[in-house]
Design a protein around this ligand. Structure first.
Ligand code: CA2
Length: 153
């Protein structure tokens, strides 16, 4: 099982700014715990962060041949990126969208992810452990590779 984890803009600053919203765990620490779980589960992990939408689109496209499951915290691009939505729709394996904070309890700008309609599951508000929950989910036999139907409107 090959798992790719993608992180969007500003997540490189986790643990450095706004700990009251995003906690004090750094992205390096999240990466280390994901690597630890991957070793335990016998999965191959690739872990990335980018502040650039096009680079994230390239990584999602590369997952078509390089990963069996995709876990993505798109950060602010959750709320804006049709390009990432289109790229996610092309990936055939299960996709998990992770948010560290509770996006539903945020202001209007941060509440509605455009990408959720293209993913298998959304894990929000569990803090950094949301990444591990997503990794566990990606290994569940009942998680089919069939993406949900696109909304009609
Ligand atoms: O809760 C999450 O994981 C988010 O995806 C984080 C995004 C936010 O736009 C989403 O609504 C929810 C923001 C990531 C910005 O990360 C920062 C880290 C430290 C300091 C400032 C921003």
């Amino acid at each position: 099982m090959r798992i790719m984890i993608l992180n969007g803009p500003n997540l490189n600053l986790l643990g450095v700014r706004e700990p009251h919203i995003y906690g004090s765990t750094t992205l390096d620490a999240i990466k280390a715990s994901c690597e630890e779980f991957a070793a335990f589960a016998g999965a191959k992990l690739s872990f990335h962060q980018s502040n650039h939408e096009g680079e994230l689109v390239d990584l999602i496209q590369s997952a078509r041949t390089g990963a069996d499951a995709l876990i993505i915290n798109p950060a602010a691009y959750s709320f804006t990126s049709i390009a990432m939505y289109d790229a996610l729709k092309i990936f055939e394996g299960p996709i998990f969208e992770v948010h560290i904070s509770n996006i539903h309890a945020r202001d209007e700008l941060h509440r509605h992810s455009k990408l959720s309609a293209a993913v298998k599951a959304v894990i929000t508000a569990l803090g950094p452990s949301g990444y591990i929950v997503a990794m566990q989910g990606s290994r569940r036999p009942e998680v089919s590779s069939t993406p949900p139907a696109a909304p009609s409107a």
